[in-house]
Design a protein around this ligand. Structure first.
Ligand code: ADP
Ligand code: MG
Length: 320
C-alpha cells in the first residue's frame, strides 16, 4: 500500500512563536487557538472567525457544519493556505500559518493539502481526461510517468472510476466528477484533504457515496480530512462533527469509535469550552439569553449547571 507523506507535526516547532504558549500539543495535526479572520472592505469590517478553537488529530476525519455565513469556508481557506488569518494561532503539521513566508505557503499548498470544491467544474480541467487530470499535479511536482500512472490507477480504482479513465469531465455525472476531484486532491499524497461542501450539488445517494469513499481513503491512507458540509447524513461517516456558529466552534458531536456503516452510531453533542473558559450555547439554549442577562452557574456532583435568566426567579431577583 502506498504511504502518504508522513505526519511531521511533532518533529520541529515553528520559528517565531514564543515557547510555551504556542507550543503544539503532541498528537494534534491541526491546532487553531483563538483564531480570528477579519475581512476589511472599504470602511466595513466583517469578523468571519472570532476566536475559533479547534484541534484535529492526525488521521482524523471531521465534518464542519453550520449556517451559511458562519465562517466554514473562511476556516477551510485558511487551513488550505489560500487565505491568511488575522490573529490567533493556526498550526498545521510543523507550520505556523500565521507566520509563514509566501514561498513556504506555496510549498504548503502544493505538497501538504488537497482541496475539493463544491462546484464540480472548478475541480477539473475540462479538456483533460480523467487520468490526465489526476496525473497533472504529479507531473507538476516532477513525478516520473510510471509512478504517476501507478498512483493514478490505484486512486481511481479505489474510487470506483477505473473504467472511466479516458473520459472527459463533461462525460461524467456530478458524483463521478467529485470522485475524480478527490483523486486529484490526493494526487500528491498530501497529509491533509480539505473539502468545501463536496456534495453540495449532489443528491443524498451520491453524497453518501462520496462520504463513504472519503471515509475509505481516510482509513486506507491515514489522510486527515476536514470537510464542510450541509449534508445531514454526514455524521455516520465521520469521527466527529464540529458545529460552527458565528465564527466559533459551539459544540461537537462524536460518533462512537465503534463506527458502523449501518447507522449504528451513538451520537452525543458536547458544548465546547475554550481554554479561557468561554462557551457558546446551542442555539435553542442561547435563545433564552437573547436579551442578555445573568446566568447562575453552580457545580454539583462534578456537573456544572447553568440556570438561564428566569430559571430561578428568586435568585435572579436578588441581584437587581
Ligand atoms: P460559510 O462558508 O459558513 O457560509 P464564509 O466563511 O464564506 O461562511 O463567510 C463568513 C463571513 O465572512 C460572512 O459574513 C461572509 O460574508 C464574510 N466573508 C467571507 N469572505 C469574504 C471576503 N472575501 N470579503 C469580505 N467578507 C467575506
Ligand atoms: Mg461556504
Amino acid at each position: 500500500m502506498t504511504q502518504f507523506n508522513e505526519y511531521r507535526g511533532n518533529t520541529g516547532l515553528n520559528t517565531g512563536v514564543s515557547a510555551g504558549e504556542a507550543a503544539q500539543d503532541p498528537g494534534f495535526y491541526i491546532q487553531c487557538r483563538d483564531l480570528f479572520k477579519i475581512y476589511k472592505r472599504a470602511d466595513l469590517e466583517v469578523v468571519a472567525l472570532r476566536g475559533l478553537d479547534l484541534s484535529v488529530e492526525a488521521g482524523e476525519l471531521i465534518a464542519v457544519i453550520g449556517a451559511s455565513g458562519s465562517g466554514k469556508s473562511t476556516l477551510l481557506n485558511i487551513l488550505a493556505g489560500l487565505d491568511r488569518p488575522s490573529a490567533g494561532q493556526v498550526l498545521v503539521g510543523s507550520r505556523d500559518l500565521l507566520d509563514v513566508s509566501d514561498n513556504d505557503l506555496v510549498m504548503y499548498r502544493r505538497s501538504e493539502v488537497g482541496f475539493v470544491w463544491q462546484a464540480t467544474a472548478r475541480n477539473l480541467v475540462p479538456y483533460l481526461s480523467v487520468a490526465d487530470n489526476v496525473e497533472l499535479p504529479m507531473a507538476l511536482a516532477g513525478q516520473p510517468a510510471k509512478a504517476r500512472r501507478a498512483w493514478s490507477d490505484e486512486l481511481l480504482e479505489s474510487l470506483g472510476m477505473a473504467d472511466k479513465q479516458k473520459r472527459l469531465p463533461y462525460q461524467l455525472s456530478g458524483g463521478e466528477q467529485q470522485r475524480v476531484a478527490i483523486a486529484v486532491g490526493l494526487a500528491n499524497k498530501p497529509p491533509l484533504l480539505l473539502a468545501d461542501e463536496p456534495t453540495g450539488e449532489l443528491d443524498s445517494e451520491n453524497a453518501d457515496n462520496i462520504f463513504e469513499m472519503i471515509r475509505g481513503l481516510n482509513r486506507s491512507y491515514g489522510v486527515t480530512v476536514v470537510t464542510v458540509t450541509h449534508y445531514a447524513g454526514v455524521s455516520q461517516f465521520v469521527d466527529r462533527v464540529v458545529h460552527i456558529r458565528d465564527g466559533r466552534i459551539g459544540s461537537e458531536t462524536f460518533s462512537r469509535p465503534d463506527y458502523r456503516r449501518d447507522g449504528g452510531t451513538v451520537e452525543e453533542e458536547y458544548v465546547v469550552v475554550d481554554p479561557a473558559g468561554r462557551l457558546q450555547l446551542p442555539a435553542e439554549l442561547a435563545e433564552r439569553f437573547r436579551r442578555g442577562g445573568l446566568a447562575k452557574v453552580q457545580s454539583e456532583d462534578g456537573h456544572i449547571i447553568i440556570d438561564p435568566p428566569g430559571a430561578n426567579p428568586r435568585q435572579h431577583r436578588s441581584r437587581s
